[in-house]
Design a protein around this ligand. Structure first.
Ligand SMILES: Nc1ncnc2c1ncn2[C@@H]1O[C@H](COP(=O)(O)OP(=O)(O)OP(=O)(O)O)[C@@H](O)[C@H]1O
Ligand SMILES: [Mg+2]
Length: 253
């Protein structure tokens, strides 16, 4: 099978900090991956390299065999538009209606003026499309609700629906469960995995909860100090202990 992403010796620095250090990872379309590692290990940086928000300082990222670094402005825009990013705070505008938040999934490919027009005079066909997607994520009755009136779990569903509307091939989710209760965290993970499997989407989620990562994700990538510590379908306690062990330097900081 053709690889979707290939990271070849990727390094990303911020000043004197090496956030990602010579990383090699291959990802196939449809893979479901958990990124684990302690705070500062490079998870968010890796996700942002994948959707070309960050540029690597060394190495090469290939998307369907083509180096991202060779893309022109238009190609980069198109690339980003097909990779949904769900940030920790879900990236939802709370005082907009649910359908408007979902329309924002295509903001990367739409001018501000036409987005405004779409907000004010939503085309029936688009509303029908959003309604269908909301049926799949279980909140079709909230189509016209102001998003802030939805529960936290329902707002998570808005973020997932937005990714579907975007017609992305990949969902990058950056700790989207850290601020919710355990039951909601489980249901969001289940929903994301189910939706990804149904649509053959690639899902890469950074996650601090190891138990949930082990239970739901068929591939686990452990990052430590910007390096891949392990990459496989299971992880043992010794590997986990090592992953979270602080270096002497970190302990004395
Ligand atoms: N924009 C930035 N400018 C400077 N340093 C940064 C920037 N982004 C990340 N870093 C640094 O790079 C390292 C990796 O950060 P990153 O955010 O990728 O970690 P993380 O694994 O996502 O952590 P967390 O679990 O806390 O979200 C950290 O040392 C961080 O301080
Ligand atoms: Mg992070």
């Amino acid at each position: 099978m053709a690889k979707l992403f290939q990271l070849k010796n990727i390094t990303k620095r911020f000043g004197s900090i090496t956030a990602i250090d010579c990383v090699n990872i291959d990802i196939e379309q449809g893979e479901i991956i958990a990124l684990i590692g302690s705070s500062g290990s490079g998870k968010t940086t890796l996700l942002k390299l994948l959707n070309a928000q960050h540029e690597a300082d060394a190495g090469e990222i290939l998307l369907l065999q083509k180096p991202i670094s060779s893309f022109n402005h238009k190609q980069l825009r198109q690339t980003r538009s097909k990779i949904a990013f769900i940030p920790q705070d879900l990236g939802i505008v709370k005082n907009l209606k649910v359908f408007q938040n979902i329309f924002l999934g295509k903001v990367g490919l739409t001018s501000t003026l036409s987005m405004l027009w779409k907000f004010l005079f939503p085309p029936k066909s688009e509303i029908l499309k959003v309604h269908k997607l909301l049926e799949r994520t279980g909140i079709a009755d909230k189509l016209y609700s102001i998003t802030s009136t939805l529960s936290g779990g329902e707002q998570q569903r808005v973020a997932v629906t937005r990714a579907l509307y975007q017609e992305a091939h990949t969902i990058l989710a950056d700790e989207p469960i850290s601020s919710v209760d355990p039951a909601r965290a489980r249901s969001l993970i289940k929903l994301l995995i189910e939706i990804s499997r149904e649509n053959n989407l690639t899902l890469i989620m950074s996650i601090h909860n190891i138990e949930l990562a082990k239970e739901f994700f068929p591939r686990l990538i452990g990052l430590k100090n910007g390096r891949v510590q392990f990459d496989g379908s299971s992880v043992n306690q010794a590997e986990l202990d090592d992953l979270y062990q602080l270096s002497e330097e970190q302990l004395t900081q």
